[in-house]
Design a protein around this ligand. Structure first.
Ligand code: SAM
Length: 377
């Protein structure tokens, strides 16, 4: 991929290399980091070389031309942390890339839309639905709604307006997605402003890899389940699933995703990983579990799946997940994963290990490890 902003835009930090070279560079770093843990048969899954991000956020940058006309461009941060005006981006999905100049042209010709607008976020599905969030430094009023409704129709997208303490949803605040997982279509909605995996094609490879490599039996426990990205696809392979997550919006979305696929064997509970550990050990009772009729002792768990944020697992959560025979650990940060593995490897063997290039042209890589409890001596 060739990008005119390589070396200037700080979002792609591995820019002076081809796609294959940047991946090889990252994998070599991770091979050194995980030298004591990496099995010889570890796997690497590539991303598409461009147009792979189905989520993107930009600043909107205003300036004036020599003849004093307003000029609007997208902006990223450069390597000196200053704004960098850009006209296009090659890592975002084709839908987002094509929409970007059309949106600017529409906003530029309308004072109500452009006034005090300072940022935007795109969320796109592989089926062509897009939701756009416009972020302002002003209160959004009836005139703005009228103009934005026209813009929704003109661009055939959904729009959400945000400003301080204000969120205006014009039609919906979600998009529909269908992922083909091992040739089976699974339906999802992705909600504006909630977590979703940015690289959808790599996300499919991650879900398939878990199904194809993990031991799928008895009941599954999941922490950090988000909107059910892994939960929904894995649930047919387990008797029952209990999935937990801290975000109310994500739990509500996960329940809708369950209904969309007519799945009935999952319970979603809004609990932090630490709270669920306390509920599991009967240290604390939670109304949030009673209200959804969850009796933890009725589950026959043998596996736990965790997909924590960048910080990784805290000590309390590590102690808790050691109750399970199999741990499926998904990580977006190899630094915290390495730290967590130092503890987990005392009682667990690493059965499978794979890297997924979710974040091409950056130093980050997604990792999934399947661990199996060591036999007692
Ligand atoms: C990396 S995301 C993974 C979400 C989901 N597995 C997916 O693939 O879309 C991490 C999730 O952990 C949630 N989270 C953050 N801290 C948490 C905590 N202490 N306990 C439970 N969930 C937490 C976030 O709300 C977020 O949805």
């Amino acid at each position: 991929m060739n990008c005119e902003y390589f070396g200037k835009c700080a979002s792609c930090t591995l820019y002076n290399k081809t796609y294959k070279e940047q991946l090889e560079y990252k994998i070599n770093i991770e091979k050194t980091r995980f030298k004591d843990f990496l099995p010889s048969n570890f796997e690497v899954y590539e991303s598409e070389e461009q147009n792979f991000r189905y989520k993107a956020e930009f600043r909107l940058w205003k300036s004036f031309t020599n003849d004093n006309k307003l000029k609007l461009s997208y902006a990223m941060i450069d390597f000196d942390k200053k704004a960098l005006e850009i006209n296009t981006c090659h890592i975002v999905s084709l839908d987002i890339k094509e929409l970007m100049p059309k949106l600017l042209a529409c906003i530029l010709e309308d004072d109500i839309l452009s006034f005090k607008l300072y940022g935007c976020e795109f969320l796109n599905s592989t089926k062509g639905e897009t939701i756009l969030t416009l972020i302002y430094h002003k209160k959004l009023d009836a005139k703005w709604i009228e103009k934005t409704k026209d813009l929704e129709l003109k661009l055939n997208i959904k729009i959400v307006g945000r400003s301080k303490k204000q969120k205006l949803v014009l039609s919906d605040d979600y998009i529909n997605e269908v992922l083909s997982i091992n040739n089976k279509d699974i339906k999802y909605i992705y909600k504006e402003n909630a977590f979703s995996q940015a690289n959808t094609k790599v996300n499919i490879k991650m879900i398939e890899w878990i199904i194809n490599n993990a031991t799928l039996s008895n009941d599954l426990c999941e922490l950090y389940c988000g909107s059910g990205n892994f939960t929904i696809a894995l649930s047919p392979y387990f008797r029952k699933v209990l999935a937990t997550e801290i975000s109310k919006t994500s739990i509500q979305t996960a329940k809708i995703n369950c209904e969309l696929n007519a799945i009935t064997n999952i319970k979603f509970a809004r609990l932090s990983s630490q709270e669920f550990a306390q509920a599991y050990s009967k240290e604390r009772k939670f109304r949030r579990l009673e209200d959804i009729n969850v009796d933890i002792s009725s589950y026959d768990f043998s596996s736990i799946l965790v997909d924590p944020p960048r910080i990784g697992l805290d000590n309390e959560t590590i102690q808790f997940i050691e109750h399970f025979e199999q741990i499926i650990y998904i990580s977006c940060n190899t630094l915290s994963l390495y730290e967590n593995l130092l503890s987990l490897s005392k009682n667990y063997n690493i059965k499978h290990f794979a890297f997924f290039d979710q974040f091409a042209y950056t130093k980050h890589i997604e990792t999934i490890i399947i661990l199996e409890k060591k036999a007692k001596k």
